[in-house]
Write a protein that binds this ligand. Sequence first.
Ligand code: ZN
Ligand code: ZN
Length: 145
Amino acid sequence: MNGDYHPAAGYETGDGVLRGSGLRKTIGRVKIIEALMAERRPLTGAELIALLGRDAMDPASVYRVLSVFTEREIVHRIDGTDKVARYALNRGRANHPHFTCRSCGKMECLDKITVPHLNVRPQGYVVEEENMFLSGLCARCNKKR
Ligand SMILES: [Zn+2]
Ligand SMILES: [Zn+2]
């Protein structure tokens, strides 16, 4: 997940992110980046499709774009404990925890926190992924209690 994609000033538009990635600009790609930027949290494919509106883009294209974005490390894919894939823009942060609120069900990238790299592993094993999932109540739901 440590890509060479480093968002910098000027990248904070759908256009800017695409230009930085070297991918060809299409309306669909720009729309998806902008939706992810506006929401500022990991979205499932279904949430993204609902946000864009079915008329705007057909679901198959949305998933195709998400898979290209994942390959190019424009987004990171989080396979949560519910086994539903979510996608969030990469903001230059390496491994960070993901928080899911049990009340509103929203997931957030806690990307100001870096997960320490675990150097301990059983001999002969290859670790391919490290995930840290936290759950509880988000600030908004906690306030409502
Ligand atoms: Zn919540
Ligand atoms: Zn994240």
